[in-house]
Design a protein around this ligand. Structure first.
Ligand code: ZN
Length: 261
């Protein structure tokens, strides 16, 4: 048995079907593994599935989706990481000791992630799985970020849409539709404020803003401010992009207003 820091994510779905809400916190874990796992070796991601589970029945599809995500995350952030990671597909929230059908955890230090995988397998299954795997890939490639905004936002900002449309095709229209509710980015960059904002607002706003930054400016300036803590990150962003945060934010909102998808 070992103890390490992990990220526990919770993703709930609104009835619209595409609205993903994730919540993560740093906890101790994971619990000891039982021996009731069947392994499935992919090129870079090894899956472990419960015998007879929905995940086992769909493991080839899960493997294709996660291998694509791996390539996409590495490319979009120019990561040098190339390690093998492990994904544990739990067959129920109880099996995972998590609280919903859309929950997951990432264990970056041991290059592993877990997620609840119940039927039917949907785009939301894929995006939850990919979000958790992204924590592992990003933290191994760039180290740990120091803000919730960057940690959680980036794991969804780099979602590949090869096999689902829960990335930019969800985030940018969501931003447009929720303009009236959006807190200022500067507020969300403050970890003390992040936890006071509704989870779906905090997670989707950060993911949308970071996805737009990546598309507009590439990974270099993002990597430059990635490790900054709440008390310095606004200055680090403005230095990296050579522009005030308010100006970047206005451009992002204008882009989302006009996003045709
Ligand atoms: Zn997360």
């Amino acid at each position: 048995m070992f103890v390490e820091r992990s990220l526990a994510c919770r993703a709930a779905l609104l009835m619209a079907g595409l609205a993903m809400v994730t919540g993560c916190q740093t906890i101790l874990g994971p619990r000891p593994l039982s021996d009731k796992w069947n392994p499935h070796e992919g090129p870079r991601v090894s899956f472990f599935v419960r015998p007879g589970s929905v995940a086992e029945q769909n493991v080839d599809r899960l493997s294709v989706v996660i291998e694509d995500q791996y390539s996409s995350t590495v490319a979009s952030l120019r990561l040098s990481y190339a390690g093998r990671i492990r994904g544990y597909a739990y067959e129920s929230p109880a099996d995972a000791h998590m609280e919903s059908n859309f929950a997951g955890k990432a264990y970056p230090e041991t290059e592993a992630f877990g997620f609840v995988c119940v039927g039917p397998i949907t785009d939301n299954t894929f995006s939850l799985m990919a979000h958790e795997a992204n924590h592992v890939l990003i933290i191994n490639g760039l180290g740990r970020a120091s803000t919730y905004f960057v940690t959680e936002g980036l794991a969804s900002a780099v979602l590949s849409e090869t096999y689902h449309k829960n990335g930019r095709h969800f985030l940018f229209p969501w931003t447009r539709m929720h303009r009236a509710e959006l807190p200022k980015v500067a507020r969300l960059l403050d970890d003390g404020e992040w936890t006071r904002v509704p989870e779906n607002i905090a997670y989707n706003t950060s993911a949308s803003f970071l996805a737009w930054l990546l598309d507009a400016y590439g990974p270099d300036p993002l990597r430059a401010f990635y490790p900054a803590s709440s008390d310095s990150i606004v200055g680090r962003i403005e230095s990296a992009y050579g522009r005030p945060l308010d100006a970047l934010e206005a451009d992002w909102l204008r882009f989302c207003d006009n996003y045709a998808g």
